[in-house]
Design a protein around this ligand. Structure first.
Ligand SMILES: [Zn+2]
Ligand SMILES: [Zn+2]
Length: 295
């Protein structure tokens, strides 16, 4: 094992990412050392770099979408072996509090996140709690595995765990970027009929390819299209990946009575969204595996 490694750090906000030589971390009790084979560069990393989403102590090695190979075990780790291919859930939680015990780990009051409050995967090596590891089968590449804990887990949590999406339900996905395009596929796999919005033709084409009805909000009315799609009833579920007051308002405006609107977006502004219009719908922040609950 080398003594030193390369790492991409944020040393100061509003600067540039820096490549540094850092000591290879040693796994503590219950931790595993992972040799990183793939680490996703996420738009969230740009928010972190800007300082709009403070990380606490700097410098920090960022990178919250990682995949690699187990190369070292801390004391007490028994379920993993060197050579195991893994990815890692982002949230490091206590596992003891009421939220953790009821599957709402994203609300754990002591939660810290890999690549945010603790060092992440933009490095040759990273230490990760063994409890956060997920085994990666041989047929999934490192690059594909790396995005599982963020773009896919986040959408899965919003749509399936929280939204309870099923056959015949009507789902609106606001914004089909990195998260939304996976949301389209998950909702379709669950049997839902899906509307997807964007202003970018290539994203809409991809959403359509995966079975969504695309709405180009630069030239189409979401309200009109949603009304036509649902025979005027409104959609059952909105998943908002944009995270602005306007997008939440837009989502609420096309919900059926009793429908749900979940926001999976990162926002750096305080949450002062409008209260839901009476009985029409409910709005919640979902937050799956990552830093998405901060609105
Ligand atoms: Zn990410
Ligand atoms: Zn907890």
């Amino acid at each position: 094992m080398p003594e030193m490694m390369r790492a991409v750090v944020i040393a100061r906000y509003a600067g540039a990412l820096e490549m540094r030589r850092c000591p290879v971390p040693r796994p503590g009790p219950g931790e595993v050392l992972v040799h990183v084979h793939a680490s996703g560069l996420c738009s969230t990393d740009l928010h972190l770099l800007s300082g709009r989403q403070p990380l606490g102590e700097l410098p920090r090695i960022i990178g919250h979408e990682l995949a690699g190979e187990v190369v070292g075990l801390g004391d007490g780790v028994t379920h993993w072996q060197p050579g195991d291919r893994v990815t890692a859930a982002i949230d490091v939680t206590c596992g003891q509090c009421r939220h953790c015990r009821t599957g709402e780990t994203q609300r754990c009051p002591t939660m810290r996140r890999i690549g945010f409050e603790i060092d992440g995967g933009h490095a040759d090596y990273v230490t990760v709690p063994a409890a956060n590891l997920v085994s990666v089968p041989a047929e999934i590449s490192d690059a594909a595995a790396a995005i599982l804990p963020d773009a896919i887990a986040c959408m899965y949590h919003s749509l399936i765990n929280q939204g309870k999406v099923g056959i015949g339900q009507r789902v609106l996905i606001l914004g089909v970027g990195g998260l939304g395009i996976h949301g389209v596929q998950i909702a379709r796999s669950a049997g839902a009929d899906v509307l997807a919005t964007s202003r970018r033709p290539e994203r809409l084409a991809l959403a359509e390819h995966y079975g969504a009805v695309p709405i180009d909000t630069s030239r189409q009315s979401l309200e009109t299209e949603a009304a036509s799609f649902t025979e005027g009833e409104g959609v059952d579920l909105v998943v908002d990946n944009i995270g602005t007051r306007a997008s939440v308002r837009q989502g609420l405006s096309v919900l059926r009575p009793g429908g749900n609107c979940w926001s999976s977006a990162t926002s750096t502004r305080p949450s002062r969204f409008p209260p839901c219009a009476s009985s029409r719908a409910s709005w919640r922040s979902s937050a799956a595996a990552a830093a998405r609950s901060r609105i």
